[in-house]
Write a protein that binds this ligand. Structure first.
Ligand SMILES: Nc1ncnc2c1ncn2[C@@H]1O[C@H](COP(=O)(O)OP(=O)(O)OP(=O)(O)O)[C@@H](O)[C@H]1O
Length: 289
């Protein structure tokens, strides 16, 4: 499987913050969830990938080509949705369609209207009159209607109600049925990523803390829950991270099956993306692999 997006050592320095040598690859036909705390660097990474801000170091290849070599063609094949609607406040569907038709040769007006109808967003309403959720749906409809191969969304779905989010997650899954398509989506709603992501990249303090297949994380990682007094019984080489609390200790481990047979006295629970994020962000991390 080819990579639709390859980010290598991407670095951006601001006063007091550094996006530090961020690297990851997004294979075609897949969805990657970009997660991290507020201020971790997700938007900075996305903007640097899209060339909306200049990077200090590193490279970005999209569709196998360095972004700088054929920027116009590459960008025409990317659909981008930020958390705010980028269209002018006084534009309605007709006006957006007119503008997009000139910008994108593959613009499909009928598809745009189909998505708007499906999302229950009025074609006559101007952006200014739309609710936050409507603006997001309007932007997603426009991003999909120019038939991109790569869809990049930054925190776009957070303001949507659970039903609308579910509807959009289905559209994302349908979008990647085409093996040439991929999605990079930053989100704080990790339960959505539990449902749709194939890969997870976790940015912590400007650095990639992990970038792995979601199945590898979910099926092989586990959490040992034990008393603080039992902590020393666990081999440090088995520990990825741990959190000690007043009433006990939680330990993130890899290779859950091995751990279950090695430590028969301990309860080993499964994990979700939020658990893993909490361990890396709030726990003591012993192993960064
Ligand atoms: N133009 C800028 N000038 C200076 N610092 C900036 C600029 N843009 C972002 N930053 C800083 O970069 C850091 C990362 O911000 P970024 O928006 O990438 O985080 P994020 O992970 O997207 O956070 P959130 O989840 O809150 O949206 C923050 O410390 C922020 O203050």
């Amino acid at each position: 499987m080819d990579n639709i997006l390859e980010v290598k050592d991407l670095t951006k320095r601001y006063d007091g913050f550094c996006l530090d040598r961020v690297s990851f690859s997004l294979p075609s036909g897949s969805i990657m969830g970009l997660i991290g705390e507020n201020g971790a660097g997700k938007t900075t990474a996305i903007k640097a990938i899209l060339g909306l801000i200049s990077s200090d170091e590193g490279s970005v290849k999209i569709f196998g080509t360095d972004c700088k070599t054929n920027e116009k063609l590459i960008k025409s094949q990317i659909g981008v949705v930020f958390d705010e609607c980028n269209f002018h406040q006084y534009m309605n569907a007709d006006k957006v369609s007119k503008v997009m038709k000139n910008l994108h040769p593959d613009w499909d007006d009928a598809l745009f209207r189909k998505y708007l109808k499906g999302f229950d967003v009025s074609e006559s309403k101007i952006v200014k009159e739309m609710s936050r959720g409507m603006k997001v749906k309007f932007s997603i409809a426009a991003a999909l209607a120019h038939k991109p191969k790569l869809l990049i969304l930054d925190e776009s779905t957070s303001g949507l109600d659970p039903i609308s989010r579910d509807e959009i997650l289905d559209i994302f899954l349908e979008f990647i049925q085409n093996e040439d398509h991929s999605i990079l989506v930053s989100s704080h709603i990790t339960s959505d990523l539990d449902k749709i992501a194939d890969y997870i990249t976790f940015i912590h303090n400007g650095k990639v803390a992990l970038s792995k297949s979601k199945d590898e994380l979910i099926y092989s990682y586990g959490i040992i829950k034990c008393k603080s007094s039992q902590f020393d019984k666990v081999d440090k080489n088995d520990i990825i991270a741990y959190i000690k609390k007043d009433f006990g200790c939680e330990i993130l481990v890899k290779d859950k099956e091995k751990i279950i047979s090695k430590y028969k006295d301990f309860v080993v629970d499964g994990v979700n993306i939020e658990d893993i994020m909490l361990f890396y962000a709030r726990g003591e991390v012993l192993c960064t692999d």
